[in-house]
Design a protein around this ligand. Structure first.
Ligand SMILES: [Zn+2]
Length: 228
C-alpha cells in the first residue's frame, strides 16, 4: 500500500497530510481499534503528522467524521481525480484513487458484516445448516461424499478480489471440513457469524461436541486450516 505514495520511484513517500516527501513515513491505522488489521485501512504519514493524526483518532467525533467523509466520496470523484482530498477541520488528507476505493470497499464490507452479525444474534435459534450424523472417529471422507459436499455447498463466486477474502469468506466456511492445529483434530464448521466459528469435532478429545471459537483469534493464530 505504501508504494502508492512513493515519490517518483525514490525511497521517499508522500505524507498524506502535509503532502511533502519523507523517507521515514509511518503507517497509521485509520480506526482506533480495528477488529481485523487490513493493509489498505492505514494512512501513510510523516512522524509529525502521525502524532497529529493520533490526536484526531482519539477524538471519537472527529474519527467518525473522517470515516463518514471517506464513505461519502463518490465514484465520479474517484474516477476523475488523480488524488482525492478529504478535509476534517484543518486536516487535509490526500488519497490516491486506488487507495480510497479500497478503503471504501473494505469499510462497506465491515459495516455489512456487523449488520449481519446483529441480525443473526436477534434470531433466537438458527437451524443448523446440516445435521451431522457422522460416526465419531471417522475422519476420512470418501470421494463420493466429498462430491456430495461440493454440490451442497458450492463456492460462492469464481473471481472474488483478494482484498475481500478476509471479510467475506466467513459464511462460506460453513459446511467445510477443517483441521484444528492446536487440538490436532478434524472438525466440520457448523456455524460462523463473522465473530465466532462453531466446530463439530470428528476426532480428538472433543469428538462429537460443538465448540465455539473466536474467529479473529483463529485467523490471527492460524489455528484452523480448511482441508476440504
Ligand atoms: Zn506530514
Amino acid at each position: 500500500m505504501m508504494n502508492m505514495y512513493r515519490v517518483n520511484s525514490s525511497y521517499q513517500y508522500a505524507c498524506q497530510l502535509c503532502h511533502k516527501p519523507f523517507s521515514n513515513v509511518e503507517m497509521c491505522q485509520l480506526e482506533q481499534k480495528p477488529d481485523i488489521e487490513l493493509d489498505p485501512l492505514n494512512v501513510c504519514l510523516c512522524p509529525t503528522c502521525a502524532t497529529k493524526f493520533r490526536t484526531l483518532r482519539n477524538n471519537k467525533y472527529l474519527a467518525d467524521r473522517l470515516i463518514d467523509s471517506i464513505l461519502d466520496v463518490s465514484e465520479n470523484e474517484i474516477e476523475e481525480n488523480d488524488h482525492i482530498s478529504v478535509v476534517i477541520n484543518d486536516y487535509d488528507f490526500w488519497f490516491t484513487p486506488t487507495h480510497i476505493a479500497e478503503i471504501i470497499e473494505l469499510l462497506k464490507l465491515k459495516k455489512k458484516a456487523i449488520e449481519e452479525r446483529k441480525a443473526s444474534s436477534q434470531t433466537v435459534s438458527r437451524p443448523k445448516p446440516k445435521p451431522t450424523a457422522e460416526a465419531p472417529g471417522r475422519n476420512i471422507a470418501t470421494s463420493e461424499q466429498q462430491v456430495k459436499e461440493e454440490t451442497l455447498h458450492p463456492a460462492a463466486g469464481p473471481d472474488k478480489e483478494d482484498l475481500q477474502s478476509d471479510t467475506s469468506a466467513y459464511g462460506e466456511l460453513i459446511g467445510r471440513r477443517v483441521f484444528h492445529k492446536s487440538k490436532k483434530a478434524y472438525a466440520r464448521v457448523v456455524g460462523c457469524d463473522g465473530e465466532y466459528v462453531v466446530l463439530n469435532f470428528e476426532s480428538g478429545d472433543k469428538v462429537g461436541q460443538d465448540v465455539k471459537y473466536n474467529l479473529t483469534m483463529c485467523l490471527n493464530n492460524g489455528w484452523i486450516e480448511v482441508v476440504d
